[in-house]
Each structure stands twice: as C-alpha cells, then as structure tokens.
Design a protein around this ligand. Structure first.
Ligand code: PLP
Length: 490
C-alpha cells in the first residue's frame, strides 16, 4: 500500500511513498500530510471472523490488510507490547456506565494515558526501520504532559533512536513531570524550559525546519524526525481500538452485529477521531462521530458552522489541557477524504494566510453527515465527574468528562454511544479531587490520596512509585539554549 499527499504533489517529493517513508518524514508536499491511497475494505465478514479474537489477533489481521512494508515479525513484536497493559488479554476494557453509554478505556498502558495505545507499538516499528536502514534518528518531542512520558517510555533503550523531549517547567502536572524526569536511559534527554507549552512547540518547529541544526546533526551522523500525532505510524494503531470497542459491545450483547453506534471522542489534534473515521470507512457500523472539546472549541464551530476561524482565537488553559489546541492537525486528512487534494490545499492555504477557512454549504452538509460536535466547560466537566461518580459509581478524568455533554446534546438517545476515555484519574487528580470533594489546589500526591479514599480506588504502583523515584533529568534552561543543549546531549 502506498501513501499519497493531502495537498497534492509539488514535484520535489515523489507522488507516493511507502509506509516507512511516510513515518520517517511525515510532512508531504506544500506542508501537507500522507494518507493511504485506498483504505482496505473490511466488511462484516471481517468483524464476524474476529468476534472471538484477542486484541492482538484483531490488530494483526487489520494491519495485514494495509500491506505495509514492515516485517511480520516486527509487527508481532510491536503488538506484544499490549501484553504489558493491565490485562494482557484485553488491553482496552469497555465498561457500561449507564443506559446506552459505554466507555472504552484507552489508558491501561504504562503511562496511564491513551498516547500509549499508538506510541507503544510505534516505538518498535520506528526503531526497526532505523536499524534496517542503518540510520540513527533523533526524535524531537514537545509535550504539554501526556505525549512526553509516552514517547520516552516507548523509545527507552531502543536501538538507533534517541529522544529529546521539551516540556514547559511548571506547565505540567506533578505526575506528568515525574514520569519524564525519572526516566533513566542514555538515549533519552528531558529538557524543561522556562516558558509555556507554545514556547516548547515553537522551538521544536524551528529546529525541525532549521538547515543549520540539521547540518550539525548530519555531522554527528544523526537524522531528525518527530513522533507527533500527524505521523501515520501512530494513526494506523488508532484504528484498531475502535473496531475492538465495537466488537466488545457485540460480545457483551449490548448491540447486534451491524447495529449503528456513536463514537464520542475527546478531541485535540483529531488523531483519535480520525482513527474512528477510518474504521467507519473500512466497514464499521457508525451513526456519527461526535467531537467533544473544551473551551478551546474551534472544532465545535467548524462542525456547526463550516468555519475554521483562528482570527480572534487564543488558546485558553483548561482543566483538560491535552485538548488545549487551536490548530487541530489531523482534520486535514478528513478534508482530503471528503473534498480531495485541490480543495484541501486551497482551504489550508487560506488558514495559513488568513487564519480562517470556510466550507461551502454543500461541503458543510457532507461534513455533518459524518460528524457532530459540542464543547464542555471546566465547571460543567467537574459536575459530570461528580454526578457520574455519585449516580453511576464511575470515576473519569476531565478529558473524558467533556464527552458527557455532547452525549446529552448531540445523540439520539435510542442509539448506543461509545465514549473514549483518554486518561486515568491519576493523571489529573487535583481537578478530580476538586470535583468530588471541593478541595482546591491540592498537590497531586495529596489529591491522589483523597480520591483513593473517597472512591475506594487503589493508586496504581507505577504512579505511587513516582514520588520516591530518583530524579535523573534535571536540565531546566532558557528557550534560547535548547539547540546547544541538544547538541551537547548528542
Ligand atoms: C492527546 C490527548 C487527547 C486528544 O487526542 P487527539 O487524538 O489529539 O484528538 C485527549 N485526551 C488526552 C488525555 C490526551 O492525552
């Protein structure tokens, strides 16, 4: 299977590339993205065949339909990492919370957030390509909290890959920071920056595009790559769990095969939602994909009005920080799929030059056949956390909680909904403690204990252990010194 480009081809790049190439240099012509030339058709026979399969068997068969240029052995090794999730037989439990609402829990991996679903296997795949090509890669990552720990965890001690991870000092939760600064491996470098997430992100973009930096790396025999959420090597692993979650509902006799469901996704960069969209196109029975956001609600406005407007928008800090995003990169792949490359290029050009694009009313109607959306404020989210815990005995994090608003406002109550839960309560404990007991500004360590007591839940060992682990990554610098620091590390 080959990969083609969302904004067409500018002749400096080949018209189509392999999966490996799309992973190693994810940016296509005109700043676009790579997409599969055709999506494999799975159909109901595939679903029926896998009704009693394990997660890995389902994943392995689905990936084989993509006919990617990765050895079967490597794929097997990559998928084996799901064995390290809480329940090796079922890495993604799907739980009934209330009538017609089921939660698919994507956070049972080593860093307790959904980034593990894709980054765990991705680390094996990327490292294997680097070894096969006899190349050394530096992966640059900028994180507001969840991607950093997951990227460090997956690349730790992997051959031919090093990681430099930038985070805003003071801009992550204690748990997220500790997950990074206690990572002890010679191929990992964690760098705290005096600044906010945007400073880290901008530094990363500048370095990726800098000829001098790339040249300095070349002299050290190192190539530059990124593991951000537009990488198709991550997206491909995010199709599987949507199919798995559907089959879980069939297994639980909650739906019959072929019955349509809503997929309700807490969205930031749109990777999770895109995985659901591809699963739908490949044959899953879906009524609509519901895009849930926080106060940074550009996606709600796009899907309600057809306008993607960043002219007066500023990112605001919310209680669901992993969704504090204005430029939601993977939306471009939906535009391509619905409207083709010429139109996608025109729309993305508008966004870059005018900070706004607008769909025609026909285009908006097409988009709305697939998607609906709503956003949920921090206070509303806390109320959903509290009420759902009190009435249904289910504890969720503030990202997941945004879906409960759209469940009420966007769904036909006769149709069942799968809500995707993207983080364990342990990762955002101060907000949850505040929602449950009203306590304010607790440190993570205090909030974890109080939730544990209130909800009678045990704090997982890997979270509890963080507070006594040795801090080995203690670099905190000004943003001007990032380049120097990374070269020193290499
Ligand atoms: C990354 C993340 C999201 C957003 O997912 P996208 O695929 O970028 O839309 C939502 N919640 C949590 C907890 C995350 O870490």
């Amino acid at each position: 299977m080959n990969f083609i480009q969302t904004r067409g081809c500018d002749e400096t790049k080949p018209k189509s590339v392999t999966f490996s190439q799309a992973i190693l240099s994810p940016i296509a012509s005109f700043g676009g993205l790579y997409v599969p030339e055709i999506l494999p058709e799975l159909g109901e026979a595939f679903l029926t065949k896998h009704l009693n399969s394990s997660y890995k068997e389902l994943a392995s068969d689905m990936l084989s339909r993509f006919e990617i240029d990765i050895d079967e052995k490597v794929i097997e090794e990559a998928l084996n990492l799901y064995d390290n999730f809480d329940d090796s037989k079922n890495p993604v439990p799907v739980v009934k919370v209330k009538e017609n609402l089921f939660v698919s829990e994507l956070y049972h991996g080593p860093t307790r957030a959904f980034k593990d679903m894709a980054l765990q296997p991705f680390g094996v795949v990327l490292s294997s390509i680097a070894q096969k090509n006899n190349e050394n890669y530096l992966i640059l990552a900028a994180t507001s909290g969840d991607t950093g720990p997951a990227a460090l965890e997956t690349f730790k001690n992997r051959a031919n890959v090093r990681v430099a991870c930038l985070y805003p000092d003071g801009g992550t939760s204690d748990v997220q920071r500790l997950q990074m600064v206690t990572e002890d491996a010679t191929n990992l470098k964690v760098i705290g920056i005096n600044g906010v997430f945007d400073d880290a992100q901008n530094a990363l973009k500048r370095l990726l595009a800098s000829p001098e930096f790339n040249k300095a790396l070349k002299e050290k025999n190192v190539l530059l790559s990124a593991a951000n959420s537009v990488n198709f090597g991550r997206i491909i692993f995010q199709i599987i769990y949507h199919i798995h979650s559907y089959l879980e509902l069939v297994r639980q006799n909650a739906i019959t095969m072929g019955e349509k469901v809503y997929l309700n996704v807490p969205s930031g960069n749109f990777g999770n939602a895109l995985g659901g969209y591809y699963a739908w196109k490949m044959g899953l029975s879906v009524e609509k994909i519901i895009i849930s956001s926080n106060e940074n609600n550009v996606l709600t406005k796009l899907i309600k009005t057809g306008k993607y407007d960043l002219r007066d928008s500023k990112v605001v800090s919310t209680t669901s920080p992993a969704m504090d995003i204005l430029k939601s990169s993977n939306v471009e792949r939906i535009l391509y799929d619905l409207f083709g490359s010429d139109r996608t290029k025109a729309l993305m050009d508008d966004l870059e030059s005018k900070n706004v694009y607008e769909l025609t009313s026909d285009e908006l109607a097409t988009l709305r056949e697939c998607f609906d959306a709503d956003f949920c404020t921090g206070d509303e989210g806390k109320k959903y956390i509290k009420d759902t815990f009190q009435n249904d005995g289910y504890l969720m994090d503030p990202h997941t909680a945004t879906c409960f608003k759209a469940f009420e406002t966007c769904s036909n109550p006769a149709i069942k909904t799968i809500v995707y839960s993207t983080a364990e309560w342990t990762k955002f404990s101060p907000v949850i403690a505040n929602a449950l007991t009203g306590e304010v500004d607790a440190e993570d360590s205090v909030a974890l204990e109080s939730i544990s007591k209130t909800a009678q839940l045990e704090i997982p060992a890997m979270i509890k252990g963080l507070f006594s682990k040795k801090i080995v990554q203690d670099t905190i610098i000004e943003k001007e010194n990032i380049e120097k620091e990374i070269l020193k590390f290499l």
